[in-house]
Design a protein around this ligand. Structure first.
Ligand code: C2E
Ligand code: MG
Ligand code: MG
Ligand code: MG
Length: 283
């Protein structure tokens, strides 16, 4: 009996595995088609200077509008893209489309803002990131000085020496570098000192429970202070309430983004936000 039970358990798990693998394959095939058929979009989330309260940049976040399954989250398809190698193509598209949009806004006379693009670890390591970035800038004419790349700790940690070299090359070109989701990985700020970075983004998990979790508040405050010691600009992500903003401002945080100001929005809506700000200034 025990044996029979064991066997049915095995069958159950193997069915589950097969189903997961099939779903994954299905997602992979559909993502490949989405890239070909232009079903991906870039949404932009404003980044705000805490002291002036003005939009100084935007984070570019990819969205997939699938005709059958609707809007699919990058949290779901980026990992699949990474595992299957599709990330190279997807990442190149994101860079190119973001720079193209940035150039268009520049040509329309909108204020110069910084556009930040997420670079996944697999993309950073194996996919000729320098070539992809330079190519996007060259093809679109978007200035390197207005492009920021967001990297995660895990991207930097695997081949440290190579990572430092790559970052130096990007920085020499005038591109700004940010560390994303800081605090969720294993690296310390002392360790980050090795890398030529410009911006540190405090992960939203430390922001969401302000003012209820004293621990998180202390961590956030300590991150701001130590990042400033390393001359990094600090941006808090996931700011949803006035209370959170007030606390971060008090700690000397430089910039923020979050639903309090705006969720990520399509390009035309972001353009409206920029125009509204311009008109505000002219008054
Ligand atoms: P991330 O880079 O840390 O991006 C921030 C995420 O927080 C975004 O989720 C954004 O929509 C969300 N967010 C913004 N404000 C708030 C807020 O006030 N509260 C909360 N709870 N969330 C907020 P999204 O767009 O679903 O992206 C998820 C992740 O997928 C990103 O995390 C990034 O790691 C990855 N990703 C997105 N676009 C790209 C891309 O073009 N390339 C790569 N390689 N990864 C991307
Ligand atoms: Mg990011
Ligand atoms: Mg983040
Ligand atoms: Mg993230």
């Amino acid at each position: 009996r025990a044996k029979a039970h064991g066997r049915s358990c095995f069958r159950y798990f193997s069915d589950e595995l097969t189903r997961a693998a099939e779903q994954r394959l299905d997602l992979e095939v559909r993502l490949q088609r989405a890239l070909r058929q232009n079903e991906l979009r870039i949404y932009f989330q404003p980044q705000i200077d805490i002291s002036t309260n003005r939009i100084i940049g935007a984070e570019a976040l990819v969205r997939w509008q699938d005709p059958v399954h609707g809007l699919i989250s990058p949290a779901r398809f980026i990992p699949v893209a990474e595992e299957t190698g599709l990330i190279k193509q997807l990442g190149e598209w994101v860079l190119l489309e973001t720079c193209r949009q940035g150039k268009e806004w520049q040509q329309k006379g909108l204020p110069a803002i910084n556009l930040a693009v997420n670079i996944s670890p697999a993309q950073f390591r194996n996919s000729h990131i320098l070539e992809s970035v330079f190519n996007a800038l060259e093809q679109t004419g978007y200035p390197a000085s207005l492009l920021e790349l967001e990297l995660t700790e895990s991207a930097l940690m695997t081949h440290e020496n190579e990572a430092v070299e790559t970052l130096n090359a990007l920085r020499k070109y005038g591109i700004r570098l940010a560390i994303d989701d800081f605090g969720t990985g294993y690296s310390s700020l002392a360790y980050l000192k090795r890398f030529p970075l410009d911006v540190l983004k405090i992960d939203k998990s430390f922001v969401e429970d302000i003012p209820h979790q004293k621990d998180d508040m202390e961590i956030a405050a300590a991150i701001v202070a130590m990042a400033h010691t390393l001359r990094l600009k600090v941006l808090a992500e996931g700011v949803e309430t006035e209370e959170q903003l007030a606390f971060l401002k008090e700690q000397g945080c430089d910039c923020y983004q979050g639903y309090l100001v705006s969720p990520p929005v399509p390009a035309d809506q972001f353009e409206q936000l920029l125009r509204a700000q311009m008109e505000d200034t002219e008054k």
